[in-house]
Design a protein around this ligand. Structure first.
Ligand code: BGC
Length: 714
């Protein structure tokens, strides 16, 4: 145990300001030949800062990090080890499906295990902390970062946030192969108005408490060591200067005692927000709000000294921030072993090893959603005259923008993955955004001479992720037009979609024989797809986010409010009922939706009593039967609707689910328990309680099923 106070006492103000600053860790050479630790010379930093910086981001590899740490310890005044941080979002080099895809597995266990693997690969490569999980909720499919979320539902999102943290951190961040986890982006970044990246957000406290805060809290309850502020202004105040968010909610209410870091340059960006006039103001607001580490912009280093001299800033704020950072270094065990798990030999052995790749294949299989199937799938092995066509048919772009150290060269293409199973030929047809008459002609010729066409379409990875917002969520470019030419040939067409966000694809849904949503499935994604296409594995994933008919329906979420004039016919709202004159109010594919290679029947929904007190537990049950000829997994979903409250309540909320595997003709009774805790909500007077009255309970295949039973809370 280090005496952190004693270290602090030896530090002067400039040392402390370095300790709470973070720079990119790339070694760069400036024009005058000086070698810098980061990109900081662009922000006119100086050598002293480089030598005494507290943490670095964005650099990895055991050799490099051991060397950087050694040099740092030689040069820095107080020999305080660096923390190396990086975005290890869904894998280090073995890349798992993007978080939105993984959440469609409805198996938080997969997030736990895949982040355990990611932690191991990262740790042996020298990293100490990951900027994950992202606990922001997916609200609007236009927003590029929905790909990084665990979907639109607060309950599912909270389970996944927790699982990611448990996976990264293990039992103790000090242990071998554990890394610390930073939950982000606090808060409500997903509410970016109109899905426009970095946009301002407005939300009632009711909405924040009901839908947005719980998944960050869940990560904190799992022990996340760090919280990252978000880029957005929330209700008029940028998150990095938002005292209410960072003090009242995060520190006091949620009880967070770890480190708060700003998002990248988010502190200096408060000037652009119009919240501060200059970088001194930004520095002051961020420190007063309680941001401990400033990422990449360096207002703390440049401005804090003068602010203190002028009596505008309390130096205790800096001491608090430094102490938080030192404590984290202590928790990671860096004072005893500044290199932690960095080990070149192990790195060679562990990173992208077969065991990890196999697990990536398993997670991808569990994340791929079957959206439509008229019986063409699974496609028997040995089928001849199969054509695989489209911009993604022979592409290795299986990784989203947060691929860390993953490489496309390690991903098989779909064409390669199914080559041993079918007599298959390939043509590109169109690009994701481009068209070429000759290539279209070749693809149509190939399609004509084939019996089955696998049409691989989608978005380029850069069309989602940070800065990947779109104003239109159709298939990009000429793909839809090209697909129409293929459909016109009258062949059987299986569409495979590769995309980061929900797409608006009603026409495709009408014409295709089958649609498989592959998402951005990671290193082993196409091998997993192969397993599903040939039927070695029956798909079991369910959408964690709704797929709208068109962009005009966004934001669309299953747990909406009813309004005073709910339409009787949700597909065709009548005049003067809530909806559109040109479109229904339901999505094309609802939350919770997904098919498999069999079908299920739900029957005999019943509840143990029609009255409940706050100490009771009711049981609700229903029989599920596999009606098909293949074994399959059903995800039975429990939804509850509070029929009236002191604040209006959503038309339903997910409260539980169970995956049930059933053989042909097999039936199983699925039961859920309902207790008072599940009925609570954030009431008007800042309370969190249940209210007497009627509740509806659904055990459903997806958020649209209408079969319910009722009870009254007394
Ligand atoms: C992103 C964060 C990320 C950070 C560091 C920012 O641009 O918003 O999610 O963790 O960069 O890479």
């Amino acid at each position: 145990m280090k005496n952190l106070k004693a270290i602090m006492e030896k530090m002067d103000l400039r040392d402390k300001l370095c300790e709470i600053s973070q720079l990119y860790g790339k070694l760069e050479t400036a024009e005058d030949g000086r070698v810098f630790m980061g990109i900081n010379y662009r922000f006119d930093s100086d050598r002293f800062m480089d030598d005494n910086i507290g943490s670095l981001l964005g650099v990895s590899g055991a050799k490099a990090l051991i060397e950087i740490q050694k040099k740092h310890l030689e040069k820095s005044k107080h020999k305080i080890p660096l923390i190396f941080m990086h975005d290890i979002i869904h894998g280090y080099k073995t890349i798992f499906p993007s978080p939105l895809a993984l959440s469609c597995s409805w198996q938080p266990e997969l997030a736990r295990k895949s982040s355990r693997i990611a932690a191991k690969e990262s740790a042996v490569s020298g990293l100490h902390l990951t900027f994950a999980p992202m606990a922001d909720l997916a609200v609007d499919a236009r927003w590029g970062r929905v790909v990084e979320t665990s979907g639109e539902d607060v309950y599912l999102n909270s389970l996944f946030s927790r699982a990611y943290v448990e996976g990264f951190q293990g039992n103790d961040v000090k242990d071998s192969f554990s890394i610390a986890s930073c939950v982000k982006h606090f808060a409500a970044y997903g509410l970016a108005i109109a899905g426009k990246e970095y946009n301002t957000t407005e939300a009632s406290e009711y909405n924040l408490r009901e839908n947005h805060f719980p998944s960050y809290k869940s990560a904190l309850d799992a022990g996340a060591k760090m919280v990252m502020t978000s880029f957005n202004a929330l209700n008029g105040v940028p998150a990095s200067g938002n005292k209410w968010l960072l003090q009242d909610i995060l520190r006091k209410e949620m009880g967070f005692a770890g480190v708060v870091i700003s998002d990248c340059t988010a502190i200096v960006e408060m000037i652009n927000h119009g919240y501060c006039e200059d970088s001194a103001g930004a520095c002051q607001k961020a420190l007063e709000a309680g941001v401990d580490i400033e990422m990449v912009s360096i207002t703390y280093f440049k401005e804090a000294e003068k602010l203190i001299e002028d009596g505008r800033l309390d130096s205790k704020l800096i001491d608090n921030a430094v102490m938080n950072v030192l404590k984290l270094k202590e928790e990671l065990g860096l004072f005893e072993n500044p290199f932690k798990d960095a080990d070149e030999e192990l790195e060679r052995e562990v990173v992208l090893c077969k065991e990890h790749r196999d697990y990536a294949r398993e997670t991808a299989r569990e994340s791929i959603v079957l959206l439509k199937n008229d019986g063409v799938l699974p496609l028997s092995k040995g089928t001849q005259k199969v054509a695989v066509i489209g911009p993604v048919a022979n592409s290795r772009q299986m990784l989203d923008v947060w691929f860390a150290y993953g490489e496309e060269k390690d991903c098989a293409t779909l064409y390669e993955a199914i080559q041993n199973d079918y007599g298959v030929r390939y043509a590109k047809g169109v690009g994701i955004l481009t068209e070429n008459k000759k290539e279209i002609g070749e693809a149509l010729e190939l399609a004509k001479s084939s019996d089955i066409i696998i049409l691989a379409l989608g978005e380029a990875p850069l069309m989602s992720g940070e800065s990947g917002s779109r104003s239109n969520i159709n298939l990009p470019g000429f793909q839809e037009k090209f697909a129409d030419e293929i459909f016109a040939l009258g062949k059987k067409v299986i569409v495979v979609l590769y995309n980061g966000r929900p797409l608006a694809i009603p026409a495709l849904n009408e014409k295709a024989n089958a649609i498989i949503e592959a998402w951005l499935p990671g290193t082993e994604g196409n091998n997993a797809l192969r397993d599903i296409i040939v039927g070695d594995y029956s798909p079991s994933a369910r959408l964690a986010t709704s797929f709208p008919y068109n962009v005009g329906q966004c934001p669309i979420c299953y747990n909406r409010y009813n309004t005073g004039r709910p339409p009787k016919n949700e597909m065709k709202p009548a005049r003067f009922s809530a909806g559109y004159v040109d479109c229904g109010v339901t999505p094309l594919f609802p939350f919770g939706y997904g098919l498999t290679y069999t079908t299920f029947e739900y029957s005999g929904l019943k509840i143990s009593a029609d009255k409940m007190t706050r100490t009771d537990t009711l049981t609700v049950s229903c029989m599920i039967t596999n009606m098909g000829t293949r074994e399959g997994i059903e995800v039975a979903q429990l939804y509850i609707r509070d029929m009236a409250g002191s604040l209006i309540r959503p038309i339903r909320m997910l409260k539980g689910f169970e995956r049930v595997s059933l053989k042909p003709n097999e039936s199983r009774l699925v039961t859920f328990e309902i207790d008072n805790e599940m009925l609570k909500f954030n009431t008007m007077d800042n309370g969190y309680c249940s209210e007497n009255g009627k509740f509806r309970v659904f055990i459903a295949e997806n958020a649209h099923d209408t079969n319910f039973v009722e009870f009254t809370l007394v």
